[in-house]
Design a protein around this ligand. Structure first.
Ligand SMILES: Nc1ncnc2c1ncn2[C@@H]1O[C@H](COP(=O)(O)OP(=O)(O)OP(=O)(O)O)[C@@H](O)[C@H]1O
Ligand SMILES: [Mg+2]
Length: 274
């Protein structure tokens, strides 16, 4: 494994951050209880929790796209008071522009961020090659499959080498097989320079397969009820070598969901200590 160079991730501090929507109106809604998390530079952290527990809300606040009701967030020591720019963001919807080829979609950063076209083009071609997508570079999004579009979107998220990557259910719309491929691609790209990644997923297996650490959230209003270090070797095979250890992490999270009433009426294995 090659050592990351200096353009790797930065630390994110989340201190006493909570969110109440509509606090000014007559029906305020508490979406998040206070959250305290420090995400060390270069960590790959996943957030799992029931639908509506506040995962996207938390991510939008880290990105500076949504105001906090309390608390402070710093990224690389700087307080987040407006949308952060040195970031790669990926949502469930790939959001490629129909009138640009795959390559020109990735090159969007040159126009938006004023980055050097030659440098960006070199990195883009390198990433297309690494994901074995060279043949897709000059195609338009409507000529690509959903999986290919999502992988082009992944390249666009990473090509400007941001120190922070925020991903909200990026693979949710993919079939299971493509999802495995993109997950492998994401891990290998992350290993190359170790940006700090906050990854939201509904798939517990995907979280364990990708993460250094997993935050388990309670149902709404969300709070962090478990904080799990995932000590498994990398790169992680799709079928993990030490399957028992993998399963122990998955079981621990499923048991948490059962305890909170997110999962019920299903048969879970005896709890093991992950
Ligand atoms: N702008 C808003 N105004 C009022 N309530 C909101 C707003 N955005 C989100 N909410 C509410 O806050 C709660 C948390 O929403 P959020 O989108 O963060 O959940 P989530 O964990 O991302 O869910 P999912 O897994 O379904 O994406 C939900 O009850 C949602 O309805
Ligand atoms: Mg969400």
């Amino acid at each position: 494994m090659t050592e990351p160079d200096q353009k790797s991730g930065v630390t994110i501090h989340i201190r006493n951050v909570s969110k109440v929507f509509g606090a000014d109106g007559d029906k305020p809604f508490r979406a998040l209880k206070p959250i305290d998390v420090t995400i060390p530079a270069g960590q790959f952290i996943s957030v799992v929790g029931a639908s509506g527990c506040g995962k996207s809300t938390l991510m939008l606040m880290i990105a500076g796209l949504l105001s906090r009701s309390t608390g402070e967030i710093t990224v690389d020591g700087r307080s987040v008071t407006k949308p952060i720019t040195d970031v790669g963001i990926a949502f469930q919807d790939h959001l490629l522009l129909d009138f640009r080829t795959a390559f020109e979609n990735v090159m969007l950063h040159a126009d938006i961020r004023g980055l050097d076209r030659d440098t960006l083009a070199r990195r883009a071609k390198d990433l297309f090659a690494q994901l074995r997508l060279e043949h897709a570079m000059d195609k338009y999004p409507n000529q690509l499959s959903g999986g290919m579009r999502q992988r082009v979107s992944l390249i666009r998220t990473l090509v400007h080498e941001p120190p922070v990557i925020l991903m909200d259910e990026p693979f949710g719309a993919l079939d299971a097989l493509t999802r495995l491929q993109v997950r492998t691609d994401l891990e290998s790209l992350w290993l190359r320079r170790r940006p700090t990644v906050v990854f939201i997923t509904h798939s517990v297996e995907e979280a364990v397969g990708l993460s250094d650490r997993i935050l388990v959230m309670s149902p709404s209003p969300g709070e962090v009820i478990d904080d799990i270090e995932v000590d498994l070797p990398r790169p992680r095979p799709i079928v993990l070598g030490d399957a028992a250890a993998f399963a122990a992490y998955v079981d621990r999270i499923h048991h948490q969901f059962e305890r909170m009433g997110v999962l019920h009426g299903i048969t879970l294995p005896q709890q093991s200590a992950a």
